[in-house]
Design a protein around this ligand. Structure first.
Ligand code: NAG
Ligand code: NAG
Ligand code: NAG
Ligand code: NAG
Ligand code: NAG
Length: 910
C-alpha cells in the first residue's frame, strides 16, 4: 500500500481550498527558509530509475510556486526546482530538475535509495527571487517495502532584495521629480489643502461632519476623503479633483476596513487568537482586495494597541496583551494590506494606529489619560508599532490620549524623535478624528495654537477638524510655523499618492466591474468561515460533551444570541452588512438539521439594564426587549432543555458592548443571561456555552457549571457556519487566548508578563500575609494568556536543550520537546516558548513569550518541536533605553499556555 503524505503550506488564497482532513495539516512560513543567493551551478540528474526495487522510495512532489510579495494569485513560471539531499547540495545522491508550468505548477518525481540518512530538501531558484530551501518533512525508515511518497508543497516566493532595491531607486527618482515639479507650482493654500482629510458619507464617530466638500475639492482645499466608497461614490469626487482643480492632484480615499471590508472576518482580537500569521496576513490581503474593488486605497488598520485592561472596549480591536505576538501580527497585517507594490490596483496603504499607548487608558475608560514610564513603553507597549513601521506601514494615526502630559497629536518626541528619527518612518502621519481640535479640551491652547503645535510635532494630515485648513496660513504669517514644515507635510501626502499610482491613473481603484467579481465572493466567505473556526478558543471542556453527535440527538439551542445576525459582525465592521451573516441557528441547521432535532428558545433578553440599553440603542444597537416576561422565556427554555440531550447556550455581549466608546466596569455576562444559565444548569443537562463577546470576561461561576465553554468572539459573516463546524467536530478548535481572563474585575490590570515584586505570593504558603496578594481571591487568572483546549489531548514530553552554557552573540541554543497527540482526533497545538531573566540590571517580567509553533498532529502521532534561541530573544530595553542582553542565567519555558510549562535553565555569557 502506498503511503500518502500530504504536506501543504497554505498561504494566500490557497488557505480556503476545500481540504481533506489530512490536508488540514498545518505548516507555516517558518518552515520556508529563505537563503541568500547560494544557487549552485553544478547539477547532476537522476540517470537511472531503479524503482520499484527493494529499499527504494519514489517521491513525488507537486505543488505551486506563488509570488508572495506581489499579486497573491500570480504563479511563477520561470524557476528551477530541485530535489536535493543535504542542505548545501554538495552531496547529490540523486537530483532532479524541473520547471514549473506557466501558472506556477510543478510536478517532480525522484527515486531514492534507503536506508537514507541525509536530509531531503527541495530548492527553488528563480530570477529576481530569493532562493527557497525547503526541508521536506518525511522520515524514511528502513522498512523493506516499496513506497511512493506524495507531497504537495505550495511555496511562497519572495522577491530578492537586490531586485527590489534597484526598482525602488528608479521609482524614488521618478517620484521625486513628479512631486518636485508639482510642488514648485503649488500655492501655499494648495499645499495646506493637501493636509486636509474630510469625511463624506455615513460613518461618523464624532460630532463634526465636513461641510462644503464639493466646493472645497474644487478649490484644492482637500487632500483626501474617507467614508465614501464604491467606484460610483468615489469617481465623482475624484473627477472633481481631476477636472476642476488647477493642478489636478488626485484625492486618496480611506475607510475603516478593520477586520474585513464587505466579507467580515472575526474581530481583530479573534483573529489574534488563531496564532496563525498566514491566516492573519491573508485576511488583510482579502480585505485589501475587496476594499480596492470598492474604490478605496487607504485603510485605517492595523490597530496594534497593547491592552491589559478588559474594561476598555477597544481591547476587541487589538491583538491582546503581548508585545512579541502583537508585533508579529502587526507586521503580518501590514504585509497583507500593502503587498510589495502599493501601485497595484489591489493593495492599499495601511494606517498603523493608534500612536501611541492608546490601550493604556486609566481605569479602562476610553479616551482617558495615559501615564506610563518610558521603560514600560519601550518594553511592552511600543514594540507592535515599531514592528508595523519596520514592515513598511505607509501611514500612522495619532491617538487621542496624552503621553507625558502632551497629547499624542502634538507630541514632537513621539512623532519626530521616536517615529521618524529612531524608527526611520517615512510615510505620513494623520490624526484620529478631530484629535487636533480635542487638544483644546486637553487644555493646551486654542485652535490656531494646537494646529501649529500638531504640524510642528510631525502631523501631516488633519482628520475632519480643519484646524490646519483654517489656521495654518495665519500661523505662517505670524511666524508660528514655517512654510518649509508645510512643504514637508505636503510632500509626504503627495508621495503617498504617487506610491498608490494615482498620478498615473487617478481612477485606478474605480473599476466598476470589480465589485461584482471581487466582493463578498464565495471564496471570501469560505475564507471567513475558515478564519472564524481557527479563532475559537475552547476555554473549558469536560472532554465528553464536545464535539456533539452529528446525528440522532436532540439539541436545545438557547440564548439571546442563538438566532441573531445583528451582533455577529462585531464593532467596526463598517461596510459589512449584518443581514448577510449566518446565525448559529442557521449554521447548525445547515450542517446537521436533517439528522438531528434542533429545538430553539431565546431564553432571555440580551440585556435588561436600562442605563446601558438606552445608550446602546441610541447608537444602532437595535436591541429589542421581548414581549414575554423574563420568567416566561426561562420557562420555555427549560422546557426544551429537559427534552434534549444537550443544551447549547449562546450568550454574551451585544456588538455595541465592546469597541470604541464602550468601556464597562462589569465584564461579566448581563444578569438576565446569568439567570437563564442558572435555570439551564439546574436541569442537569450538559450545558455547552458558546460565547460571543469582544473582551475577556469574568466567567468564574460559568466555568464551574458548564460542560464546555467555546469562546467565539464576534466571528463575522460566517460565524454560524463556523460555530456549527466546531461544535460538531468538523474542525477541532485550536485557538489560544491572547489576553488574560481575570477571575474578578478587581484584579485588573492582570496580564501574564507582570513583574515579580519583592514580595511575590506563593499559593502553597496560603496564609502568608505580607505578600503581594488579595485577601479575598487568588492572584491568578481564570484563564491565563495562551490558554485554549482541543478535542484531543496533547502530551508534552521532556524538554531538552543542546547546551547548558552559551557564550556570545552568535551562539545558539536549540531546545526540543516531543509532543504526542494522545486523543482520538487530529488537531493543532500552539507550542509556546517563554523566557525568564531572573537577575538583570532592571526588573524583568516573570516571563515573556519569545516564540511559538503551531503544529498539527494526527491522532496518536508524535512529533518533535524545535526552537532555536538566540541572544535576540534575551534582549530588552534597559534603564538608558538601550536594547541589550545581559549575561547570566535564563530560564526557557515551553508549554501549551503561559502557565503549564516545563523549563530548563541555561547560562549565557558575553
Ligand atoms: C505528477 O506526476 C505523477 C507521476 O507522474 C502523477 O501521478 C500525478 O498525477 C502528477 N500530478 C500532477 C498535479 O500533475
Ligand atoms: C470630468 O471629465 C470627464 C471627461 O471629460 C467627464 O466625463 C466627467 O463627467 C467630468 N466630471 C465632472 C464631475 O466634471
Ligand atoms: C440513527 O438512527 C437511525 C434510525 O434509527 C439508525 O439507522 C442509525 O444507525 C443511527 N445513527 C447513529 C449514528 O446512531
Ligand atoms: C437588513 O434587513 C432589514 C429587513 O429586511 C432591512 O430593513 C434593512 O434595511 C437591512 N439592512 C441592511 C444594512 O441591508
Ligand atoms: C512555592 O513554594 C513551594 C514550597 O516551598 C516551592 O516548592 C515552589 O517552588 C514555590 N513556587 C515558586 C513559584 O516560587
Amino acid at each position: 500500500m502506498n503511503l500518502f503524505i500530504f504536506f501543504c503550506i497554505f498561504v494566500q488564497f490557497s488557505i480556503i481550498q476545500v481540504r481533506t482532513d489530512e490536508c488540514e495539516l498545518t505548516s507555516n512560513d517558518a518552515d520556508v527558509q529563505l537563503t541568500t543567493k547560494t544557487f549552485l551551478q553544478s547539477r547532476q540528474f537522476c540517470s537511472e530509475t531503479r524503482f520499484p526495487s527493494r529499499n527504494t522510495r519514489q517521491i513525488i512532489i507537486s505543488g505551486r510556486l506563488v509570488d508572495y510579495t506581489a499579486r497573491c494569485k500570480r504563479g511563477i513560471s520561470q524557476a528551477d526546482i530541485e530535489i536535493i539531499h543535504g542542505q548545501s547540495g554538495f552531496h547529490p545522491i540523486c537530483r532532479e530538475l524541473h520547471h514549473p508550468n506557466s501558472r506556477g505548477f510543478y510536478n517532480l518525481s525522484t527515486v531514492i535509495v534507503t536506508p537514507f540518512t541525509g536530509q531531503l530538501y527541495i530548492r527553488v531558484t528563480s530570477p529576481g527571487y530569493e532562493t527557497v530551501l525547503k526541508r521536506v518533512p518525511i522520515s524514511l525508515s528502513s522498512q523493506r517495502k516499496r513506497k511512493t511518497i506524495f507531497l504537495q508543497l505550495k511555496l511562497a516566493m519572495v522577491r530578492s532584495e537586490a531586485q527590489m532595491e534597484q526598482q525602488q531607486d528608479q521609482q524614488t527618482q521618478r517620484m521625486n521629480s513628479i512631486v518636485d515639479t508639482l510642488m514648485s507650482q503649488m500655492t501655499i493654500e494648495e499645499k495646506i489643502g493637501q493636509l486636509n482629510l474630510v469625511t463624506v458619507g455615513f460613518d461618523v464617530t464624532g460630532p463634526i461632519v465636513s461641510e462644503n466638500v464639493d466646493e472645497n475639492i474644487r478649490q484644492g482645499r482637500i487632500g483626501g476623503v474617507f467614508n465614501t466608497f464604491t467606484p460610483k461614490g468615489v469617481r465623482p469626487l475624484q473627477e472633481l479633483a481631476m477636472n476642476h482643480t488647477r493642478l489636478k492632484i488626485p484625492l486618496i480615499f480611506g475607510y475603516d476596513v478593520i477586520h474585513g471590508h464587505r466579507t467580515i472576518f472575526p474581530i481583530s482580537l479573534g483573529m489574534s487568537t488563531t496564532w496563525d500569521m498566514a491566516v492573519i496576513e491573508t485576511s488583510a490581503r482579502i480585505a485589501a482586495q475587496e476594499a480596492t474593488a470598492d474604490g478605496l486605497n487607504w485603510v485605517f488598520s492595523p490597530m496594534v494597541d497593547i491592552a491589559r485592561d478588559a474594561r476598555w472596549g477597544r481591547i476587541s480591536e487589538g491583538a491582546g496583551e503581548d508585545p512579541w505576538l502583537g508585533s508579529q501580527i502587526a507586521a503580518a497585517m501590514v504585509r497583507g494590506y500593502q503587498g510589495s507594490d502599493l501601485s497595484s490596483s489591489n493593495t492599499v496603504i495601511a494606517c498603523l494606529k493608534h500612536f501611541a499607548l492608546y490601550g493604556g487608558a486609566e481605569a479602562g475608560r476610553d479616551y482617558n489619560t495615559v501615564d506610563m514610564s518610558r521603560i514600560t513603553m519601550y518594553n511592552y507597549f511600543l514594540p507592535p508599532y515599531h514592528a508595523a513601521v519596520e514592515a513598511g506601514a505607509g501611514s500612522v494615526m495619532t491617538s487621542f490620549n496624552e503621553i507625558d502630559s502632551i497629547p499624542a497629536s502634538g507630541n514632537r518626541w513621539l512623532l519626530q524623535d521616536l517615529l521618524r528619527d529612531q524608527w526611520k518612518f517615512n510615510g505620513f502621519v494623520v490624526t484620529d478624528y478631530t484629535a487636533i481640535n480635542e487638544m483644546i479640551e486637553h487644555g493646551v491652547g486654542n485652535l490656531q495654537e494646537v494646529s501649529a503645535r500638531a504640524l510642528n510635532a510631525g502631523v501631516d494630515m488633519d482628520m475632519v477638524g480643519e484646524g490646519f485648513l483654517t489656521t495654518l496660513l495665519k500661523s505662517v504669517q505670524e511666524g508660528k510655523v514655517t512654510e518649509q514644515t508645510i512643504n514637508q507635510a505636503c510632500r509626504r501626502i503627495l508621495e503617498a499618492k504617487y506610491k498608490l499610482g494615482l498620478f498615473d491613473d487617478p481612477y485606478r481603484y474605480c473599476d466598476d466591474s470589480r465589485p461584482g467579481t471581487d466582493i463578498f465572493t464565495n471564496e471570501n466567505r469560505l475564507a471567513a468561515r475558515d478564519f472564524a473556526r481557527r479563532s475559537f478558543v475552547l476555554l473549558k471542556t469536560d472532554r465528553k460533551t464536545l464535539p456533539l453527535a452529528r446525528s440522532n440527538s436532540t439539541i436545545a439551542l438557547i440564548g439571546p444570541l442563538a438566532d441573531d445576525r445583528r451582533n455577529l459582525l462585531g464593532s467596526w465592521s463598517a461596510a459589512g452588512n449584518w443581514n448577510q451573516s449566518v446565525s448559529v441557528r442557521e449554521g447548525i441547521i445547515n450542517l446537521v438539521g436533517n439528522k438531528n432535532q434542533v429545538l430553539f428558545a431565546k431564553g432571555s433578553n440580551l440585556i435588561e439594564d436600562t442605563y446601558m440599553l438606552q445608550q446602546l440603542n441610541a447608537h444602532g444597537g437595535e436591541i429589542v426587549i421581548d414581549t414575554q416576561s423574563a420568567q416566561q422565556m426561562i420557562d420555555e427554555a427549560v422546557g426544551i432543555a429537559s427534552k434534549s440531550d444537550v443544551v447549547v447556550a449562546v450568550v454574551g455581549e451585544s456588538q455595541g458592548m465592546t469597541g470604541e466608546a464602550a468601556s464597562r466596569v462589569d465584564i461579566g455576562l448581563p444578569e438576565c443571561q446569568k439567570r437563564l444559565l442558572q435555570a439551564l444548569f439546574n436541569t442537569g443537562k450538559p450545558v455547552v456555552i458558546v460565547l460571543m463577546n469582544g473582551r475577556p470576561m469574568t466567567l468564574t461561576w460559568e466555568h464551574e457549571h458548564a460542560a464546555a465553554i467555546l469562546e467565539t468572539w464576534f466571528a463575522g459573516t460566517e460565524a454560524g457556519n463556523a460555530i456549527a463546524e466546531v461544535l460538531f467536530g468538523l474542525y477541532n478548535p485550536a485557538g489560544k487566548l491572547t489576553t488574560t481572563f481575570p477571575r474578578h474585575v478587581g484584579q485588573i490590570p492582570l496580564y501574564y508578563n507582570h513583574k515579580q515584586t519583592g514580595r511575590p505570593f506563593n499559593a502553597t504558603q496560603f496564609t502568608d500575609k505580607y505578600k503581594s496578594r488579595y485577601l479575598d481571591i487568588p492572584n491568578d487568572p481564570l484563564y491565563p494568556f495562551g490558554h485554549g483546549f482541543s478535542y484531543t489531548t496533547f502530551e508534552f514530553g521532556t524538554i531538552s536543550g543542546d547546551k547548558s552554557e552559551l557564550r556570545g552573540d552568535s551562539d545558539r541554543l536549540t531546545v526540543r520537546v516531543p509532543i504526542s497527540n494522545r486523543g482520538a482526533y487530529g488537531g493543532e497545538e500552539v507550542v509556546q516558548l517563554y523566557i525568564s531573566d531572573p537577575a538583570a540590571s532592571v526588573t524583568r517580567a516573570v516571563r515573556e513569550l519569545k516564540n511559538f509553533k503551531k503544529i498539527y498532529l494526527r491522532a496518536q502521532q508524535t512529533d518533535e518541536v524545535t526552537f532555536v534561541v538566540t541572544t535576540n530573544d534575551l534582549k530588552f530595553y534597559n534603564t538608558n533605553l538601550d536594547y541589550v542582553w545581559e549575561e547570566g542565567d535564563f530560564i526557557i519555558h515551553i508549554g501549551p499556555d503561559s502557565v503549564n510549562t516545563q523549563s530548563i535553565r541555561v547560562k549565557w555569557l558575553k
